[in-house]
Design a binder for this molecule. Structure first.
Ligand SMILES: [Zn+2]
Ligand SMILES: [Zn+2]
Length: 169
């Protein structure tokens, strides 16, 4: 995903639009416990602000995963806005963490991949208040209560009770 900025090198604040369609695998946005399916699109523009080049836009993708609590297969449409600054190699920058590029091509592949991966929450839920599965019978508690007694005694108390029971013998 390279954007040629040669034509507006001298033109401050001129927006150079860009649009890419790719896949998550193609840019290395892969993880062990979920996947992105279908096309991944990136739309936005690059603008020369005078001190640097700023790439702004939005990434759209579809995440496929299994809910951590109820194990239901899920698909989620996602939108990730981004705004990042680039500087030519060798140009002065107060912030050394800034993205670098050579010549007239700004490659946003790494930026897109990092943005998408960093935006994923640690827990994957079909909905924020997913009730999960009954630990006794395995019923999906989102569908209603199964009526099981799900009271789990404190394991430390259970161990103590076992010990007391043994001593009585
Ligand atoms: Zn769920
Ligand atoms: Zn149950």
């Amino acid at each position: 995903m390279k954007i040629n900025i040669a034509e507006s090198n001298a033109d401050f604040m001129q927006e150079i639009p860009f649009a890419f369609t790719t896949t998550a695998e193609a840019i290395g946005a892969v993880a062990d416990d979920y996947a992105f399916v279908g096309p991944l699109t990136v739309e936005g523009h690059i603008v020369h602000t005078g001190s640097c080049w700023r790439a702004e836009g939005v990434i759209r993708c579809t995440k496929s995963f299994v809910c951590d609590r109820c194990l239901a297969p899920c698909q989620e449409e996602q939108e990730h806005p981004f705004s990042e600054e680039f500087r030519r190699t060798g140009e002065m920058a107060e912030d050394e963490e800034v993205n670098r590029f050579d010549g007239d091509l700004i490659d946003i592949t790494e930026l897109v991949r990092d943005t998408v991966l960093a935006a994923q929450p640690l827990s994957k839920l079909c909905k924020p208040d997913c009730k999960g599965l009954c630990p006794v019978c395995g019923a999906d508690l989102n569908q209603g209560d199964c009526g099981c007694d799900r009271f789990v005694p404190d394991p430390r108390m259970a161990a103590l009770q076992e010990l007391l029971a043994k001593n009585k013998k």
